[in-house]
Design a protein around this ligand. Structure first.
Ligand code: ATP
Length: 358
């Protein structure tokens, strides 16, 4: 099957900055992907290159099998069959909601255009606002109009750049879910740029984590969270701490919380110092456990508490505990490690120290 979008070794340069380096990934029809990464890592540039607003210095971009960008080819944005939604809605302020949505489908005959405007506005729940002006709508409603305008021409690919970031938390969660349902129902392939991992997890099936212009990992959201391929990704995605460990054999690491079983990175021989990633959801509260740690801080998150626990060595770990279990500061909390699999990285600092001493 030809991927709907294929990015091959793309590089993008501005005058004195290389913003994207050797980016490659592909998306099948109907996929929902997010590009996530720290500020300035090149997410927007890559999205704009897909849209046809930024040229590529090397590499190729294909949409539905057609070459749309390479150093020698630059198909204009309006000929790429894309829909775009940006952070600031970018609606035409002097036009009604209906006319805003109609703007992208001006080639249709009047009757067909009116019908499509109505159907699309209905899909985003705003058919009743067709004669209103953007300033008469809330931020979330304006964003839904922007989405209707982008979807009306039935694009092959929907590109969204931080579409929810100007909205408050409750609204962004609601809208994110609505947009997800909408693109699912229409079978639209979609990429969203965000710096918010909650948005990325709730919206995406696939996740590309970028750092310094490179795609550091491209995987399912589950794999990026549970099987980060580097400390950069592990640190950027979700919370967690590293426990010092020593490799015993190919599938055992010794830590102060006992011997942990799992896959050890290649090239780590017995005795090799490593860092073991422990997420808050890996540390499970268990009153019966002989393993305890002292509560040194506690944050209420509604349905959960996030406890910071100090181990005997002074190392601190995080534990997410159901908020019905309320424990006092200073209390020794019984814990169990429930690691589905090990996430282990070489401890390069410790290795360098050992080599210097040898
Ligand atoms: P943010 O999350 O802050 O929006 P981003 O990951 O989307 O960041 P980009 O906007 O793609 O990052 O920027 C990548 C790099 O390219 C940055 O170093 C930025 O300063 C630079 N850059 C972006 N746009 C331009 C431009 N028009 N001219 C020159 N340099 C640019």
């Amino acid at each position: 099957m030809t991927p709907l979008l294929e990015i091959k070794n793309v590089r993008c340069d501005y005058q004195d900055t290389t913003a994207v380096v050797d980016a490659s990934f592909s998306l099948n029809q109907g996929a929902r992907a997010c590009l996530l990464g720290p500020s300035g890592c090149g997410k927007t540039t890559l999205l704009r290159a897909i849209a046809g607003f930024v040229p590529v210095s090397s590499g190729e971009i294909y949409i539905d099998g057609q070459l749309v960008s390479s150093p020698d080819v630059m198909v204009a944005p309006e000929h790429r069959q894309l829909g775009m939604v940006f952070q600031d809605h970018a609606l035409f302020p002097h036009m009604t909601v209906g006319d805003n949505v109609a703007a992208g489908i001006s080639s249709l005959a009047n009757k067909a255009r009116r019908a499509l405007v109505m159907t699309t506005l209905d899909r985003v729940g705003l058919a009743g606002k067709i004669h209103h002006y953007p300033h008469e709508l809330s931020g979330g409603q304006q964003q839904r109009v922007a989405l209707a305008r982008a979807l009306a021409p039935r694009p092959k690919l929907l590109l969204m750049d931080e579409p929810f970031s100007s909205l408050d938390v409750e609204l962004r969660e609601r809208l994110s879910l609505q947009v997800r349902e909408l693109v699912e129902n229409t079978g639209t392939t979609c990429i969203m740029v965000t710096h918010d991992q909650k948005d990325a997890f709730s919206f995406g099936q696939e996740l590309g984590v970028m750092g310094e212009g490179k795609i550091v990992q491209w995987d399912s959201t589950y794999e990026v969270y549970h099987e980060p391929n580097s400390m950069f990704v592990a640190d950027f995605i979700g919370q967690g701490v590293y426990l010092d460990g020593k490799v015993i054999d190919d599938h055992t690491v010794k830590t102060e919380l006992g011997e942990l079983k799992g896959k050890v990175p290649l090239g780590c021989r017995s005795g090799c110092p490593v860092k073991v990633l422990v997420r808050p959801d890996d540390v499970v509260h268990d009153d019966e456990s002989t393993l305890t740690a002292r509560i040194v801080s506690r944050e209420f998150h509604g349905s959960n508490y996030m406890y910071t626990l100090e181990l005997e060595s002074g190392t601190k770990i995080l534990s997410m505990v159901h908020s019905h279990h309320r424990h006092a500061m200073g209390e020794q909390l019984g814990i169990e490690l429930e690691l589905d699999h090990l996430v282990v990285f070489k401890d390069l600092d410790a290795q360098a120290r050992m080599q210097a001493q040898a």
